[in-house]
Design a protein around this ligand. Structure first.
Ligand code: OAD
Length: 249
């Protein structure tokens, strides 16, 4: 069955759940897309784990500074903008993202729940104290070379990026707010995620079980298994503005 865009306009509480695909059209690499995905080209065990950081902090810090530099140069795309606009048009919208970039915020979205942290929220690897202000990007950060991490002003330990690494817990408050919103929404849009990384990947299922409609927007999506589940195959930056036009005229 085709998803009726008017359901966006009549929804009481929409949850928008995003993954790397929502930032793809801003030029930010996803993780698992063939050839271009970060985890197709780099080893997550080395670059996204506390063990990897302990082994070689400068390699890891340099790699994340390269990603932060790419994000700083990128601009929000029509998908980010459409999501921010949607929040203005419906009674309630909760935006939950797995992304560590700030493109939703720069598109105008507020109170974004970042389940996997934020690249620019550095904290001490040893004592966990936040670095405070966003650090200035060092010269040549975009090159991906080794960069020694700055040191914590409290304990002298190395700073680490504010992202969740494999084997680490998700930020508790963001996670519980996301699950609560999913359990109480009437429509969930799952946009640009492969849906394989737990526990975030459970969120659309929570909404579905609670009686909501779930719409997947992804060029790779081919089908949907449940009567209240819809798959729209295409790019978020094209489909979302179109859906909004159809929903709100
Ligand atoms: P993935 O790289 O696993 O999936 C990205 C999805 O976006 C794929 O299903 C693509 O088909 C889809 N996609 C690509 N271009 C798109 C576009 N223009 N519009 C819509 N969809 C598009 O990324 P995530 O699902 O976000 O974890 O990955 C989940 C987590 O795995 C990430 O948050 C990260 C990674 O390890 C941490 O950093 C902790």
């Amino acid at each position: 069955m085709r998803f009726n865009p008017r359901l966006l306009a009549s929804a009481r509480h929409i949850v928008v759940f995003t993954g790397a695909g929502v930032s793809a059209e801003s030029g930010i690499a996803t993780f698992r897309d063939k050839l271009t995905g970060l985890w197709e080209r780099f080893d997550p065990a080395e670059l996204a784990s506390a063990e990897g950081f302990r082994r070689d902090p400068a390699l890891i810090w340099g790699w994340y500074e390269m990603r932060r530099s790419g994000i700083a140069q990128a601009q929000p795309n029509p998908a980010h903008l459409a999501i921010a606009e949607l929040a203005q048009r419906v009674p309630k919208l909760t935006l939950v993202t797995q992304n560590v970039d700030d493109l939703h915020e720069r598109a105008g979205s507020a109170d974004v729940l970042h389940l996997h942290g934020r690249l620019d929220a550095a904290r001490c690897f040893d004592c966990a104290r936040p670095a405070g202000a966003v650090l200035e990007l060092p010269e040549g950060a975009g090159d991906g070379k080794r960069i020694e991490p700055p040191l914590c002003s409290a304990c002298g330990g190395p700073l680490r990026p504010g992202v969740v690494w494999f084997g680490e817990n998700l930020p508790e408050q963001a996670l519980s707010q996301a699950f609560l919103a999913a359990a109480n929404c009437d429509l969930l849009l799952s946009i640009g995620t492969s849906g394989v990384v737990q526990p975030a990947a459970m969120i659309p299922g929570v909404a579905l079980e609670a009686g909501a409609r779930v719409v997947h927007i992804n060029p790779q999506v081919t089908g949907a298994g449940h009567a209240r589940e819809f798959a729209l195959a295409g790019k978020a930056g094209e489909l979302l503005p179109q859906l909004l036009r159809e929903a709100f005229g």
